[in-house]
Design a protein around this ligand. Structure first.
Ligand code: FES
Length: 155
């Protein structure tokens, strides 16, 4: 009788350990995939968050975006593409705004339209801050109707 109980107990113990190990491996697999998303070719690694001064525009020509850090530490990345017909905008230090050389649309630092013919703000690019490093997803621009503080990302 004791032998049977012991066998039954061992069977259950082995099943439990096998189940726990499987659950751990599944958890690790999915966790690992999430972290991999940050390292895909879509992600442009900018700099450490502390290397950005608040109130300054930082151009990243190879990523085709501008990054701006607000006084409260929030950052936003806006696309180089004008929302009128897609020309490349540039930042004009004198006016403190983005201007389009094609048809003269202008946008403020939040990407909001100051002058038409563009009718909607510059697209934002998803920003992730991981271990203090600002990473920008350059291949998934987000259209928006207006600037909202929820578009800012904090470290
Ligand atoms: S493409 Fe920018 S204003 Fe027309």
């Amino acid at each position: 009788m004791k032998v049977i109980r012991r066998r039954s107990f061992l069977k259950r113990l082995i099943l439990f350990l096998f189940g726990a190990q499987s659950a751990y491996l599944l958890f690790d697999f999915f966790k690992g995939n999430k972290e991999k998303d940050l390292d895909t070719e879509d992600i442009f690694e900018a700099r450490h968050l502390k290397d950005f001064e608040p109130g300054r525009i930082y151009p990243f020509s190879s990523g085709k975006f501008y990054l701006y850090k607000f006084d409260d530490g929030g950052v936003i990345a806006v696309s180089y593409r004008c929302t009128h017909l897609g020309c490349t905008i540039r930042f004009d230090e004198g006016s403190g705004s983005f201007v389009c050389p094609c048809h003269a649309s202008a946008f403020n630092i939040k990407g909001e339209v100051l002058s038409p013919p563009a009718t909607r703000p510059l697209d934002t690019l998803p920003v992730q801050i991981k271990n203090g490093i600002v990473k920008v997803d350059v291949n998934h621009p987000q259209k928006r109707r207006r600037f909202e503080r929820s578009q800012l990302v904090y470290g």
